[in-house]
Design a protein around this ligand. Structure first.
Ligand code: ADP
Ligand code: MG
Ligand code: ZN
Length: 610
C-alpha cells in the first residue's frame, strides 16, 4: 500500500504562493492611492484650505471611474483613484474649484483599472485547480490543513497483488464475490440487461478469518483500485470531521471508479443510533448519516462497490442494511478442518517445511483457529527455527509454536520456590485428570508447570479436536468441573489453599451464570434470557430501561448458579479422589520434567501400581 506524501509538500508550496500573490496585489493596488497616503478626504481638505494648485481629472470613457492628478502648493504631486468622476466634479465645484483639466483616457487605462481584479480572479482560479489536483493525488491527509480529508489508503491495481488464490478455503464466499468481480471488470454486460449489482456488501465474521483479505482479493481479481479505511478513522475528536472524511472518501472513489471502497470495523461508526448517553446527536451519528447519504447518492451502476467488515452485526444500525445500501451479507466463519489445511498450505508455500511436518495433522488439532491464528502459528514456528539456526521447520517446532500461540510464551527464567512448584503440579494434575476422564472435554495436549507470559503458574492445554457449532449443557457442566479441578486437587493434598485458582473460579462462575441467564439450561429459571450480551454500547439504553427482572428473579438466579457450582465441585472431588494415585504420579512427573505430553500423561492411567 502506498501513502502519498508528495501532496502535502505541494500543498505547502501553494499556500506560500497564495500569500505572495495576495501581498503583491495589495501592494500594487495600494500603490495608486493608499500607499502614497493620499485619500479623498485629504484632497477635500486641501481644496478647502486652498492648498491645491492644479488638478487633472482622467476620466474613463465607458465607466464612471477615473483618477486625479493633484499638484499641491508645496509642489508635491499626488494621485488618487476615484470611483465616480461625476461625484468628484460636483465636490470640487461645491468647494469653489472649477479649474481642473478633464482628460478622457483610452481603453488601456480602463483595462488597467480592471487588471488587479482580473489578477485576483486568475490567481484564485489557478489555486483552485491546483488544490483540486492535490486532493486527487493526496489521499493520506496531512497535519494541519487536512482534517476533513479521508485517511483511506489506496492500493492501485498494480500494487494490489492479492488474488482469490491467496484466500484459502472460503469457497462459497469466493463464489458469491465472483459476480462482483465480473461486474467490476465488465459493467456494460450487466447494465445492458438492467441488472442491479449490489452497492454494498457486508462481510461478517470473527477477527482474523480473512475478511480484509477477501475484500482485497476482489479488487485484485477485478484489477481495480482498492480504498481501505477503518471505521475508527472516521471518529475523531473534532465534531464534523468524520462526516467530511466520508464525503471526501466517496469523492475520491468516484474519481477512481470502478473501484472498491473497504470500510473495516464498520461497527465503530455504524452502531445503532440513538443509544448514546448524551441524547444521540453525536459525532458518530453524523458520520453514519453522511455515509448513508453518500451510499444513496451514487447510482446503482456507477462502478463503486462498498465492502465493509465487522464481527458484530448485532450492534449495527439496521438502516445500513436496507436495500441499496449493504444489502448483501456474507458470513465468513472460522475454517473447518479442510479449510485449515488449505490455509496452512497457502502459508507454508513460502516457508521451508521439513519432511516430517504433517499439515493435515496440524489442521486436525487446531479446531477453532482462524486464518490469522494459523498464519501466526507457522510464523512462530519459522521464528523458532531461525533462532536456532536451522534451515527447515520441523513438526516439534510447530508443536512449540502451538503452545506459544495458544498460551503465550513460556518464561523459564522466573524463579519459583519448590513449594509453589509442588502446588502448581498438583493443581494442573487435577485439571488434567478431569479433562481425561470426562467424555466431552479434552484430551490433554500438554501439561506444564512453567510460568507463562500471561502470568499463570502453569497450564493444562486440551487438544482442540472438535469443530463444534454449539456447546451442550453436558459439556458446559464438564468444563465447570474441569475448572474446579485445580482447586480440588490443592485441597486434597495440602491443608491450605492458594489464590492460584482465582481465574478458574471466575471462569466457572461465568459459565454457570451464562447457563442460567442466557442459555436456559437451569432447572428453576426456565427459558428466559436475563442477560443482554451487548456491552458498553448500550449503557445508555440499559440505564434508560429497567434491569428487566425483579429482585426475586435475581435471588433465584444466584441460587441456581450456586447449585451448579456446588454440584460440579462435588463431582470434581469424587473423580479426583478416585484417581488419587494418578494425581500423585502426574504431579511427581511434572516436578521432574516440568512439562509432559499427552502420551506421557495417558500412560499414567495404564501403569496401575503393583
Ligand atoms: P479479518 O479482516 O477477518 O480480521 P484478515 O483478512 O485481516 O482477517 O486476516 C489476517 C491474516 O490472516 C491475513 O493476512 C492472512 O495472512 C491470514 N488469513 C486469514 N484468513 C485466511 C484465508 N482464508 N486464507 C489465507 N490466509 C488467511
Ligand atoms: Mg481485518
Ligand atoms: Zn487452574
Amino acid at each position: 500500500m502506498n501513502t502519498n506524501h508528495r501532496g502535502n509538500f505541494r500543498g505547502f508550496g501553494v499556500y506560500v504562493a497564495l500569500i505572495l500573490i495576495i501581498v503583491l496585489i495589495w501592494y500594487w493596488l495600494s500603490g495608486n492611492n493608499a500607499a502614497s497616503g493620499y485619500t479623498k478626504s485629504r484632497f477635500v481638505e486641501d481644496l478647502r484650505n486652498g492648498n491645491v494648485t492644479s488638478v487633472t481629472v482622467m476620466q474613463n470613457r465607458e465607466i464612471p471611474t477615473g483618477s486625479l492628478k493633484v499638484t499641491l502648493k508645496n509642489g508635491s504631486q499626488q494621485s488618487l483613484y476615484i470611483s465616480d468622476v461625476n461625484e468628484i466634479q460636483t465636490l470640487m465645484e461645491k468647494n469653489g474649484y472649477s479649474d481642473y483639466a478633464l482628460i478622457d483616457v483610452q481603453r488601456e487605462s480602463w483595462l488597467m483599472t480592471l487588471l488587479p481584479y482580473l489578477l485576483i480572479f486568475g490567481a484564485l482560479f489557478i489555486l483552485f485547480v491546483i488544490l483540486n489536483n492535490n486532493a486527487a493525488a493526496n489521499n493520506s491527509g496531512g497535519k494541519m490543513m487536512n482534517f476533513g480529508k479521508n485517511r483511506a489508503r489506496l492500493a492501485t491495481e498494480a500494487e494490489n497483488t492479492t488474488r482469490f488464490d491467496n484466500v484459502a478455503g472460503l469457497k462459497e464466499e469466493k463464489e458469491e464475490l465472483e459476480e462482483v468481480v465480473d461486474f467490476l471488470k465488465e459493467p456494460g454486460k450487466y447494465t445492458k440487461l438492467g441488472a442491479r449489482i449490489p452497492k454494498g456488501l457486508l462481510l461478517v465474521g470473527p477477527p482474523g478469518t480473512g475478511k480484509t483479505l477477501l475484500a482485497k482479493a476482489v479488487a485484485g481479481e477485478a484489477r481495480v483500485p482498492f480504498f481501505s479505511i477503518s471505521g475508527s478513522d472516521f471518529v475523531e475528536m473534532f465534531v464534523g470531521v468524520g462526516a467530511s472524511r466520508v464525503r471526501d472518501l466517496f469523492e475520491d472513489a468516484k474519481r477512481n471508479a470502478p473501484c472498491i471502497v473497504f470500510i473495516d470495523e464498520i461497527d465503530a461508526v455504524a452502531r445503532r443510533r440513538g443509544t448514546g448517553m448524551g441524547g444521540g446527536h453525536d459525532e458518530r451519528e453524523q458520520t453514519l448519516n453522511q455515509m448513508l447519504v453518500e451510499m444513496d447518492g451514487f447510482g446503482v451502476n456507477e462502478g463503486i462497490i462498498v465492502m465493509a467488515a465487522t464481527n458484530r452485526v448485532d450492534i449495527l444500525d439496521p438502516a445500513i442494511m436496507r436495500p441499496g445500501r449493504f444489502d448483501r451479507k456474507i458470513v465468513v466463519g472460522r475454517p473447518d478442518v479442510r479449510g485449515r489445511e488449505e490455509i496452512l498450505n497457502v502459508h507454508a508455500k513460502n516457508k521451508p517445511i521439513g519432511e516430517d511436518v504433517d499439515l493435515k495433522q496440524v489442521a486436525q488439532t487446531t479446531a477453532g483457529f482462524t486464518g490469522a491464528d494459523l498464519e501466526n502459528l507457522l510464523n512462530e514456528a519459522a521464528i523458532l527455527t531461525a533462532r536456532e539456526g536451522r534451515a527447515f521447520i520441523t513438526q516439534p517446532d510447530i508443536q512449540r509454536a502451538f503452545i506459544k500461540v495458544g498460551i503465550g510464551a513460556e518464561k523459564r527464567s522466573r524463579i519459583i520456590s519448590e513449594k509453589e512448584k509442588r502446588i502448581t503440579a498438583f493443581h494442573e494434575a487435577g485439571h488434567a485428570i478431569l479433562f481425561h476422564v470426562l467424555p466431552d472435554v479434552g484430551p490433554v495436549h500438554t501439561i506444564s508447570i512453567i510460568p507463562t507470559g500471561t502470568g499463570a503458574a502453569g497450564y493444562t492445554m486440551p487438544l482442540p479436536e472438535r469443530d463444534e457449532m454449539f456447546n451442550s449443557k453436558g459439556r458446559m457442566l464438564q468444563e465447570i468441573v474441569v475448572d474446579l479441578g485445580g482447586r480440588v486437587a490443592e485441597e486434597l493434598v495440602f491443608d491450605d489453599i492458594t489464590t492460584g485458582a482465582s481465574q478458574d473460579i471466575k471462569q466457572a462462575t461465568g459459565l454457570a451464570r451464562d447457563m442460567v441467564t442466557r442459555y436456559g439450561m437451569s432447572e428453576n429459571i426456565g427459558l428466559i434470557c436475563y442477560k443482554d450480551d451487548d456491552d458498553e454500547v448500550f449503557i445508555g439504553r440499559d440505564l434508560a430501561h429497567a434491569r428487566g427482572y425483579s429482585e426475586g428473579v435475581a435471588t433465584a438466579i444466584d441460587a441456581e448458579v450456586k447449585r451448579i457450582i456446588d454440584r460440579a465441585y462435588e463431582e470434581a472431588k469424587r473423580l479426583i479422589g478416585e484417581h488419587r494415585d494418578v494425581l500423585e504420579r502426574c504431579a511427581q512427573l511434572l516436578l521432574e520434567k516440568e512439562k509432559i505430553t499427552r502420551e506421557e500423561f495417558e500412560s499414567l492411567f495404564e501403569a496401575q501400581p503393583a
